[in-house]
Design a protein around this ligand. Sequence first.
Ligand code: SAH
Length: 604
Amino acid sequence: MQGLGKLLVIGFGPGAMEHITHRALEALRESEVIIGYNTYVDLIRPLLTGQEIVRTGMTEEVSRAQEAVRQAEAGKIVAVISSGDAGVYGMAGLVYEVLMERGWKPDSGVEVEVVPGVSAIQSCASLLGAPVMHDACTISLSDHLTPWDTIKRRVEAAASADFVIALYNPRSGRRTRQIVETQEILLRYRDPKTPVGLVKSAYRDRQHVVITTLEDMLNHDIGMLTTVIIGNSSTMMYEGLMVTPRGYQRKYTLNATEQPLRPHERLRTEAEPWSLGAMEARAAASGTAAGQSAAGAAPAGPATSPAGSDAGGATAVLVAERPAPAVAATHAAAAAASIGAAELAAEALGRLAAGGALAGEAASRWLDAGPGAAAPQALERTAPAPGSKPPLFEVGVSPGVGNKKFSAAQMALLAQCAGDDGELEYTPEHQIILRVPTFEPDRLVAELRAAKFIVVPIGDVIKVKACDFCNMEKDDAVPMAEHLQAVIGGVSAPKETSVALNGCGMACYGAVLEDIGIVYRKGGYDLFLGGKKFGRNAHPAQPVAEGIPGDEIGGIVERIVAEYKEKGHPNERFHKFFKRVGVIQGFRHVDAPVTVEVNPVCGD
Ligand code: SAH
């Protein structure tokens, strides 16, 4: 615009000449007037080439901005300088506020250019190692222009949300309480050993860097020229450096040249149990799998002899078109399936324990306390970083296979395990989900198991469920339910899958509606595959075999699960899988009859 000058709002970085951007240097050279706080003008003095200088005191920011606008409107090219970035507690906002106050329009008013600079959060972080790295925020503790209550709320929100926090303006000669109160708030949410970096005068003459902890930080010098960087729950100290890992675990393994997940696998929902997509999938899965509680029990072992196996050697009557293959699984095959199942369960636990690595790793370990198999070593263990917050551990707990009753002592134990920081959720499946932050999930699980709880992972796993066997009056099939829980309960699956066993032909717990239904009747087991309990096209499972002997049903179900696990697409529900492949273990899928359109016109 003719007659009008230009406003250049320039962030010149932390202080050292080499950290000023090329554009900032150019902009300084272009300008005719430099307006800034005395110290900053002194810092950039070597770069000046005869420009007019308007120096002001630190508290005269508003008059600085007004003066800048005035001079630009009078036709001058004016540089307003800020340290770091002018848009971070700098002059950019004030300049725009003054302009807005005057009804400035970008098209007709003075031209404005904000030249970005390296802010203290970045310059200080670089001297500390890599403490920011992940989601971070800046909070200025100066309450000159912001109410202290607002600042406190922000500290609290950032602390609770596990942000890395850069505290600007942490303390001055007169403002000394703010940093003390801030530390108090942070200690309510973070471990006292959380790494903290204090950087004074980054890239300036008196640069001073200290790495300390949240509990110890106030024993060091913190002043006007210090930026305080508080780590998050996974920030580590290493050789005098502060490092925050790039992301949550298991997407990469650092000591391996070959990554466990190939590039395309890394973006799958299963590799990101913490993602919104995975949460939605879990929510959808739990909505679709109502019914009775997971069954399971004390280690029954694969050798458990199911009741009913002496039922006169009844042979299976196949409803399927094609006969099932020989149902008597060899012992070796059964054993192999069990071991495979345990590995898969470990993987499932690792993926699904909420809150990331430690919980997952521990989950893989607590599995070996469970029935079935040797400890799977698929997942690595890393020691908790000093100062890190315990990850959330999530697990399903139920009182027994058929037993749906909790004792008072069990209830008390659950309450104690949840403590103040955890929660207990009662699900429609006779199961309590315990969520609690802990570094020792295996101890927790051992305690729960000692109190005769069934402890199972949550999510896309095989859920073994059972009826209450008419209050244990019809308990012939209880050992089979226990056996199934022992060998396939918790095995990871493409999607959450219910294997439900009902203890008599009444099947009042709805086994025939589940993904895999087993109904004990007249000494044998009827098998149902591919039910869909919910939705517009809900349908019962297809009856595929009747009267399977007790010593065969376990092997059959295990092999069905193994096939689904192996060939199912990620997120493919069991009924869809059955329909797609057409035959599972010899059981053929039969399409449901086509629905008949009924003309719904009223009065006809
Ligand atoms: N615009 C500046 C921030 C100004 S507020 C920027 O983007 O960096 C002033 C605060 O910034 C100081 O109290 C201090 O907390 C921080 N700060 C600015 N420069 C710094 C430096 N060189 N070293 C350490 N902290 C610095």
